[in-house]
Design a protein around this ligand. Sequence first.
Ligand code: ARG
Length: 545
Amino acid sequence: AVPVLKKQLSLFVSLTANLASGILPSSGDVQVQTENLATQLKQDNVVEHISAARGIINFKVNRKLLAQKLLEPFGNGEDDKFGLNSELFNTLTTGTTLVEYSSPNIAKKFHAGHLRSTIIGNFIANLKQSLGNDVIRMNYLGDWGMQFGLLGAGFEQFGSPEKLKQNPLQHLFEVMVFFLFSFALQVYVRVNKEAENNENMKQAARDFFRQLEQHESHAVSLWQQFRDITVKEYQDIYERLGVHFDVYSGESFHQDQAQQVMQQLQSRGLLKTSEKGTGVVDLSPNRDMTNVCTVLRSDGTTLYITRDIAAAINRKEKYSFDEMIYVTDKSQENHFSQLFQILLAMGHSWADGCRHVSFGLVQGMKTRAGEVVFLEDVLDEARARMLNNMSQSNTTKELENPEDTAEKVGISALIIQDFKGPLQSDYKFDWDRMLQAQGDTGVFLQYTHARLCRSEISSIDTFSFWILYPLIYSVLYQSAQDLQPKHLVNFLLKLCHLIASAHRELPVKGSPEAVAQARLRLFSGACSVLANGMRILGITPVNKM
Ligand code: ARG
């Protein structure tokens, strides 16, 4: 039935296209035209009814047949698989997608932008996976650059290598009160200040970074420790967020390759020297140096963009991806546009498959303790606030692990607040609004899911009523086009509102057996669609709250 339906639909599309392109007369009576069009469509057991009225063609799909067809592959323990084996998905092109997201900087503050990148990138990776792509999840750490000169030199002065070795985490906390990167940030800040009036310190920082660039073992081992500790800290926090990475890469990995990139640019005649003595690539349309991108400092060291060029080429060789998606805030739009232009100029036509997903700023992300410095603070605050809200409800007492539930619900509140609008927009961070149980929030989604899990509904095994399935399919397809989570979020919120009225209008208790069974199936199907949709957004559905 599905292929027949597809055929009928494509007939529709070609008819409308013909009309638009003037093959069919566009003047004359609209009613006559639509009737003409309608007669070309065949009424059969798939399309049950066709009618034309005032320029609109209506048709009715045989719902029973569609439901039956869609149900066929399900109900046998495959509910969680979004029908990847369904004929509906054959039309989609799949392949390998590399998604690079989160990518914080060692020894620098983790800001709201990194949180956004983490959850948006996770959503895109989940979405691509649910549509049948092979997905590589990559974290590209900011683990190289002059700040490591300051950090290294500072640590040698103020830090304690023994303590760092014996009990790294404790040492971090000792030195830096509550900051996640503890010593690293403090050392960085202190050195920065001192460096203003202390030439020796500046020199020490430069020396340390030079030693690092020359792979001097002492400098490298200290740097390695900073990096390892940071990654470990982050992994714990990512776990709380339900986010994981297949690869932890970083700028440091491409230090040497960046020098090779310089040679490639040179041999292609793309490398120019600016008046200031820096190495640049001319990106202006008339090649008159009015728009250049600096790829080499005058002292011969490479930059952020140079490492990105090397990283992209290296990833293509290593993973032979079909598409690569970078997720960062919009301040880096120019950076990525330059990156893709340079790759194309170097003859890497696959750069056409690279995409930058950018997002707006978050205003006013604060916790009770004040300005947010680390991601952990935000997660702790979300959990605490949610726990407090939940303590007013009776069901919380029945929970085995209320903290864990509060954490999951709190995180879903953060995610829905972030995903509701277009990613490009800035938004105001608002604890009270995002944690409302009634409004269009993550708490509302969780509450609806938990309610569906409760009582009679759970008694009906995993069988799903997949009539809801084509709906979510079209929403996922739409999200895959522009990589915006808002389509799925709005679909799920709408679904929850419908479920709320269904709870009122379609009681199970007290209904005749057959009716009760049908309703139970409806609720059970809604529950599974909701849960799967939430998981794609990066939310772990809770069964009780
Ligand atoms: N570490 C960078 C930052 O925090 C983000 C990295 C984005 N990815 C990239 N390939 N440049 O700003």
